[in-house]
Design a protein around this ligand. Structure first.
Ligand code: ZN
Length: 223
């Protein structure tokens, strides 16, 4: 049976989220991005890290750098910090491969992640750090966004002061399709020479990863 590709994709997303028996519209309604999984204790919590882009999709490029490599580097460093602290981490990719956006969200949903962090590098001529939540979220996502944004800024600033571009909201697929508190980070501008110089510095990437890992514990304690 061929069927409507959109319906098939929706069925797959709903099925992977454990909502196969629920019509898609109802599944979406119940998959409130702000609804925390109250039954998960901090010790058992699963953290999902999503390094942006990969494979044929390099993301932004500039100053000899490719976004896909930087996002993976920061995510692997963050994973190591979180696993060292006793958390369970799953990643949308651990190598230079391509993943669809919907696949990333479905994978996090079906795994039962407690928190989701998508890691990106900005481009377009600005400078500094900004982060995003979905356009309509609940208190757990607001809490997570506040904590993570502050933690990453603190981590970066411990190495070199960076511009705080603020906390924003956007209709990004990985934020819309995930059903746990989810935040997307934009870690400096690859096309700004001064930002790129930091992104080429492994100790700055480590400080950025420490920022990504630093507030997970306190967030889990509230869930
Ligand atoms: Zn990106």
């Amino acid at each position: 049976m061929s069927g409507n590709p959109i319906s098939r994709r929706r069925a797959m997303v709903a099925g992977l989220a454990g909502l196969a028996a629920i019509p898609f519209a109802a599944g979406l309604a119940s998959a409130n991005p702000g609804s925390a999984r109250q039954d998960i204790s901090p010790n058992a919590a699963k953290i999902y890290l999503d390094p942006g882009h990969g494979g044929s999709d390099s993301g932004a490029v500039g100053n000899g750098l490719q976004e896909k490599n930087l996002t993976l580097d920061i995510a692997l460093r963050t994973r190591d910090l979180l696993t060292s602290a006793g958390h369970t981490v799953r990643m949308s990719r651990e190598t230079d491969i391509f993943r669809e956006l919907a696949w990333r969200a479905s994978d996090a949903n079906s795994w039962g992640a407690a928190l989701f962090i998508s890691i990106h590098i900005n481009a377009g001529g600005g400078t500094g750090f900004e982060s995003y939540r979905y356009t309509s979220v609940g208190q757990p996502t607001l809490d997570f966004h506040n904590r993570l944004h502050a933690g990453i800024l603190s981590g970066m600033n411990s190495h070199t002061p960076v511009t705080n571009r603020g906390m924003k909201s956007a209709n990004f697929a990985v934020l819309r399709l995930t059903n746990m508190p989810a935040v997307l980070t934009e870690n400096l501008f690859i096309d700004r020479a001064s930002d790129a110089a930091l992104l080429a510095n492994s100790s700055f990437l480590q400080a950025t990863a420490q920022g990504h890992a630093s507030r997970v514990e306190s967030m889990l304690a509230t869930m």
